[in-house]
Ligand binder design. Structure first.
Ligand SMILES: Cc1cc2nc3c(=O)[nH]c(=O)nc-3n(C[C@H](O)[C@H](O)[C@H](O)COP(=O)(O)OP(=O)(O)OC[C@H]3O[C@@H](n4cnc5c(N)ncnc54)[C@H](O)[C@@H]3O)c2cc1C
Length: 422
């Protein structure tokens, strides 16, 4: 088949790679002049387990009311708090309640965890076959500041056990043995340790996959903004900004991340919410004082990870339209938290410090949109929220199987874009 992909982030590039592996003729259209210029550019790169990613599955990280309340609320809505934002948050809240009632049998959480595990197997296979390395680090710590936080981990620990994720609650002195760079003054009660957790450089992984895709004949058209996608008979018409004639393809896969621009071409009303977040990346000062593993500050919902010779802190959640200016309170909280745990680890006044804002396209149930739409030949692979890097290879393989008419696991139905149909 002749298949077009819209978007050259990690989702679009991984999809192009898998479709080319299946022998399709693939063209990727990207509005920027390079791949991985959107959310895949400088994210935290936390891969597993997805359940712990800040602002991931409703109900598994801090309850919504805790994130919204008080002077130091972690979740913000810079636009008006009326209408659209509230309606969406009510749906997220309903999903949170459902997650908590269903506990260990929560289908959304288990679908995500399985998909993420499948993704990592594929990524490891591709990396090994082509001798690629993505500045990856193994082991995650969820840093807990109080005994109350330690106790609150029990249901999560049980859930992770059920999902076959290795995890252990460690007291403070054992945590310091795993992570010697932690400040001795840090307010640490203990941590959840996940020895198999992994972090990568998502941009580098996207670039490497892009190279492999090009070698398999994929065409990448950059500076090409897709204005519309329309199913006409047995073909799909794709119109680029500035063109008057449409490009014709047998199928189109929309991989536009958080962008709502092409959602309507699905024939569905989809509640995709942009959730903006930040990362600060700085060169390491002394690797001895830097994190060996990725660390998530549970109370602050911030991830500190090591990406090659840099240290990266990631977090913040702003719903809806992004204001022009970066949120200085969030950035100050990120610097403070980094200083709490790893003072002096990074060269924060270096000219190489990079402050970045990216957008997670998030559905109210925390799951991506993967699969066919109501329009013949138009497929979606987008809205991966806080775990697009973790799910990319698995989603791409499943979509390629669906397009080829091969069987896919039944759990994948939970991700169908059609699930929002009344
Ligand atoms: C602060 C932050 C931290 C994060 N941390 C993690 C993490 O630790 N682990 C994890 O797994 N995920 C994380 N994520 C989420 C992850 O970054 C995203 O889920 C993932 O990058 C999405 O990939 P994508 O390809 O779908 O979207 P993108 O990378 O945004 O790519 C979409 C592409 O589509 C293009 N596009 C859009 N519209 C058009 C159009 N009309 N025509 C042509 N091109 C178009 C865009 O230019 C863009 O290049 C984080 C996100 C943020 C913001």
């Amino acid at each position: 088949m002749d298949i077009a992909i819209v978007g050259a982030g990690i989702a679009g590039i991984a999809t192009a790679y898998e479709l080319a592996q299946d022998g399709h003729r693939v063209t990727v259209y990207e509005q920027h002049n390079a791949a991985a210029e959107g959310a895949s550019f400088a994210n935290a790169g936390w891969l597993t387990p997805t359940l712990l990613q800040p602002w991931s599955t409703p109900g598994w990280t801090l309850p919504l009311r805790q994130q919204l309340r008080g002077k130091h609320a972690l979740l913000e809505a810079p636009g008006p708090w009326l209408g659209h934002n509230w309606r969406w948050l009510r749906r997220w809240k309903a999903a949170e309640r459902q997650c908590q009632t269903q506990g260990l049998h929560n289908p959304a959480a288990s679908a995500l965890e399985q998909l993420s595990a499948f993704s990592q197997v594929l990524r490891h296979d591709i990396s090994a076959a082509h001798e690629l390395s993505t500045e990856s680090h193994q082991s995650h710590l969820v840093l807990l500041r109080s005994t109350q936080d330690m106790q609150s981990m029990q249901p999560l620990l049980q859930a992770l056990g059920t999902l076959d994720v290795r995890a252990q609650l460690l007291p403070a002195d054992a945590v310091r043995a795993v992570e010697p760079g932690l400040s001795p003054e840090a307010p640490l009660a203990g941590a959840l340790h996940l020895p198999e957790g992994e972090t990568i450089n998502c941009r580098q992984w996207t670039q490497q996959l892009r190279q492999l895709a090009l070698q398999r004949g994929v065409q990448l058209q950059s500076n090409a903004t897709v204005r519309s996608v329309q199913s006409v008979g047995k073909q799909v018409h794709l119109l680029l900004e500035g063109d008057s004639a449409a490009h014709l393809h047998d199928a189109v896969v929309v991989c536009t991340g958080a962008s709502p621009a092409l959602l309507d071409c699905s024939g569905l009303r989809l509640p995709l919410m942009p959730v903006h977040g930040y990362t600060i990346s700085a060169p390491l000062r002394d690797p001895c004082y830097a994190p060996q593993a990725a660390a998530l500050d549970w109370a602050q919902q911030l991830v500190i990870s090591r990406i090659g010779q840099r240290l990266r802190i990631s977090g913040g959640a702003e719903l809806g339209t992004a204001p022009d200016a970066y949120n200085q309170d969030t950035l100050a909280r990120m610097y403070r938290t980094l200083n709490d745990w790893y003072p002096g680890a990074a060269q924060l006044s270096s000219p190489q410090v990079q402050i970045w804002r990216g957008t997670r396209g998030t559905l109210p149930d925390g799951l991506p949109l993967l699969g066919r739409t109501t329009q013949s030949g138009i497929w979606f692979n987008l809205g991966h929220g806080a775990h697009g890097a973790a799910l990319a290879n698995g989603c791409a393989r499943i979509l390629a199987d669906q397009i080829a008419g091969r069987d896919v696991p039944t759990e994948v139905q939970a991700l169908s874009p059609l699930r929002f149909e009344p």
